[in-house]
Design a protein around this ligand. Structure first.
Ligand SMILES: [Fe+2]
Ligand SMILES: [Fe+2]
Length: 362
């Protein structure tokens, strides 16, 4: 894995490298054994996986389609902020790493669209909904990548927050989604390490490089905290969220606030190791809670960006639409090729059948 020469590979850097991931993995293997034709409620009750052909309430199906699609869209749109740095990466090594990372995100989109399709929706329809704004992607990708250090901050903070959200999804009640997450989290772990390593090197460079790294951390910290979603516990809880129902269905395992707190606790120590100052004057250790306290989040900004008024919303979606239109010939060629292969396979089966039919019975 990249970065191991400067970062201790034995120290967990993110949730995918912690015991949480191992537990999710073990839980996923155990969930494979289940009685056939068990009812939906019994499966959820027994913490077993729901599979595509099982009966499920239509609201459960709808919730999953919305969530998996939003996740898939985020992976694909998420290629853009760092993709713009592939041609400007400071060395060949950095370029190779960044290409691999951006390519991984495309792969995550593919696993997730495939997982969504098992719920009975077509990916072309999901892409239409992304392109015309009926479905969303994570607001974090509507912020610009102004300097090379932003690639470091995205890997460290954005991929780090994504992993914190996604490790519990490895135990999600819907089988195809849970299985996709197991692989995604492992790859995200590499992404976080490469981001950490970019910042690590910048922080050990010139004054200008250190300032660049600090500036990137300053800009990405707040939006990274927003990635966990609005408050859903205590007095600050905002009604209308999906947390309660999603938890009852075994889709969500922890509240937004719980995951955000775990992220802060993990990142404070890493920021210290990097030599970066997190841009929050209210950040302090709370002995009583055993957690780091942190300042208020700018939810007005969150809602503004969510509504489409972020620095890059229009640019991201128009780039996506253009890429989709320009890729039409690839989809047509792939469909024609698949049809040809299928026709060949059918005619091969027919001739084998004819051959068997001609053989004398034993
Ligand atoms: Fe990803
Ligand atoms: Fe990633």
């Amino acid at each position: 894995m990249y970065g191991t020469e400067v970062i201790d590979p034995d120290v967990p850097l993110n949730a995918a490298e912690s015991a949480d991931y191992d537990a999710a993995l073990a839980g996923s293997a155990a969930a494979g054994e289940r009685p056939a034709h068990a009812s939906f409620d019994a499966l959820i009750e027994a913490d077993q996986r729901v599979e595509p052909r099982d009966d499920m309430p239509s609201a459960y199906r709808k919730t999953l389609i919305r969530q998996i699609a939003q996740h898939a869209h985020s992976e694909v749109i998420g290629m853009q902020p760092e993709g713009s740095w592939v041609t400007r990466a400071p060395s060949l090594r950095r370029k190779a790493i960044l290409i691999a990372k951006v390519q991984d995100e495309a792969g995550h989109g593919l696993y997730l669209y495939s997982a969504a399709e098992t719920l009975g929706i077509d990916r072309a329809e999901l892409l239409d909904m992304l392109h015309d704004g009926r479905q969303k992607y994570s607001s974090i990708f509507n912020y610009p990548t102004l300097t090379w250090a932003d690639c470091g901050a995205i890997g460290w903070l954005v991929d780090g927050a994504a992993i914190m959200n996604q490790v519990p999804l490895c135990r999600c009640s819907y089988g195809p989604y849970a299985r996709a997450m197991i692989r995604v989290c492992k790859e995200e772990s590499f992404h976080q390490r490469q981001g950490f390593e970019i910042l690590w090197n910048l922080m050990r460079g010139t004054d200008a490089q250190r300032a660049m790294a600090q500036d990137a951390a300053n800009r990405w910290w707040g939006p990274a905290l927003m990635m966990f979603g609005p408050h859903d516990t205590g007095d600050a809880a905002q009604g209308g969220g999906h947390t309660e129902q999603s938890m009852a269905w075994g889709i969500k395992r922890f509240s937004n606030d719980d995951l955000r707190q775990r992220f802060v606790d993990m990142m404070v120590l890493q920021a210290d190791r990097l030599g970066l100052t997190l841009p929050d004057p209210d950040l302090r250790w709370n002995e009583e809670r055993g957690h780091w306290d942190f300042g208020a989040i700018d939810w007005d900004e969150f809602r503004r960006v969510l509504k489409g008024d972020g620095p890059c919303n229009a640019e991201r979606i128009s780039h996506r639409r253009r890429a989709h239109d320009e890729g039409a010939w690839v989809r047509e060629a792939a469909t024609a090729y698949a049809a040809k292969q299928a026709a060949r396979a059918t005619s091969a089966t027919r001739s084998t059948d004819r051959l068997h039919a001609a053989e004398p019975a034993a």
